[in-house]
Design a protein around this ligand. Sequence first.
Ligand SMILES: NC(=O)c1ccc[n+]([C@@H]2O[C@H](COP(=O)([O-])OP(=O)(O)OC[C@H]3O[C@@H](n4cnc5c(N)ncnc54)[C@H](OP(=O)(O)O)[C@@H]3O)[C@@H](O)[C@H]2O)c1
Length: 342
Amino acid sequence: MTTLTNRQYFLASRPSGEPTASNVPVRDVPVPEPAAGEVVLRNLYISLDPAIRGWMGDDPNYIEPIAIDDAVRSSVIGRVVKSNDPDYVVGDVAMTMGAWERYTTVQGVTLNKLDESVGIPLSAFLGALGPTGLTAYFGLLEVGKPRSGETVLVSAAAGAVGSVVGQIAKMQGCRVVGMAGTDDKCSWLKDELGFDAVINYKTCGDYGSAIRAACPDGVDVYFDNVGGEILDATLLCLNKFARVAVCGWISTYNIADAPGPRNLWQLVAESVTIQGFTVLDYLERFPEGIGQLVEWMMAGKLKHREEIVDGLDNVLPTFLRLFDGTNQGKLVIRLPEDGTAA
Ligand SMILES: NC(=O)c1ccc[n+]([C@@H]2O[C@H](COP(=O)([O-])OP(=O)(O)OC[C@H]3O[C@@H](n4cnc5c(N)ncnc54)[C@H](OP(=O)(O)O)[C@@H]3O)[C@@H](O)[C@H]2O)c1
C-alpha cells in the first residue's frame, strides 16, 4: 500500500502578537493507514478563521488550545482517499475539523458528507452555508433578537460573518448600518447588499460621532465582531433595552495587554443586555440554520463573497490578512486535486 506524505503546519510555540513562521513552521510526515472507523481526506479547501489565533494561545477558550507540536487546527473540506469506515468510500467529499495540512485523518463519525451534485461550490460550506453563516444566523436572531424597524449596527460588516448578519437583519425589516475598513468594502455593503448606511471606521474620525450620524435613532442591536474602541464608542450610542451580541473581538487577538471596555456602565444606564455566544451553542440546530441559509441563497436573497487563495504554502501569510483587513469576504485556501503537497 502506498504511504502518503502529509505536509502540515504545526504549532512550535505560542505566538505573542502576530503569529510568525517560527511559531508555525512546516513539516512533512507520513499519513498513517486509517484505523477502524477512520477516513483519510485529501484536503481541497482549508478555512481560515480569526478563532484559530485564539486556539494558538493558552487562554481558556470554547475549545481546547492547540497543543504544542500539533498541526494548526482548522475546518477543512476534502475528498476521501482511504476509508476504514463503511459509511465512506473513496471519492466522497466531506467536511470536518482538520488542520493546515494536505491530508486529514479522522474518525468517519466526525465528517459531514457534502453533495457535489447540487451545484453549490464546495467552499461555500466553509462560509455563508457553513460555520460563519451559522454564526451570523444564530448570533443575530437568537442573541441580537432584532425586531422590524430597529437599527442594527454590525462591525467587520464586509467580512464572512458580518456580511451575512447585515443581510439577515435587512430581511427582518431592520435599518442596517455596517462598519468596515475600506471605501470599497463600504460600497459593496451599500450597493450590493442593501445596507442602509456604512461607516469606514479607518477614515471616519471620532467613532461616536460617526455612529450617531449613521444611526440617528440610536442602536438597538450591536453585532460585535471587533471589540476594542468601536465597542466602547457603540456602548454610548445604545437605546434603552438594546442588545449587544458579542461574536468576536478581532481587534484584540494579536494584542496581549489590550485594554478592556471602559463604558460598560451604559449597560445599567440603558438596561442593555450583552451576551457572548459561539456558533457551537446551536450545534443541534445546524440543520435548520443551513436549510434556511441555502434557501435564501437559492432565492437570491443571500449574497456571499469569498476569497480563494491557492496553495498550502500561502496559508500563514493569507491567515494574517484577516487581521489587516485585506481579505475580501470568507478567506479559504484551495489545494489542487492531484497528489502534490501544494
Ligand atoms: N462566536 C463565534 O462562534 C464566531 C464564529 C466565527 C467568527 N467569529 C468572530 O467573528 C469575527 C469575524 O470573523 P470572520 O470569520 O467573519 O472574519 P472576517 O470578518 O471575514 O475577517 C476579519 C475582518 O476583521 C476586520 N478587522 C481586523 N482587524 C480589525 C481591527 N483591529 N478593528 C476592526 N476590524 C478589524 C477586517 O475588516 P475591515 O477591513 O473592515 O477592518 C477583517 O477583514 C471575528 O471576531 C471572529 O473571531 C465568532
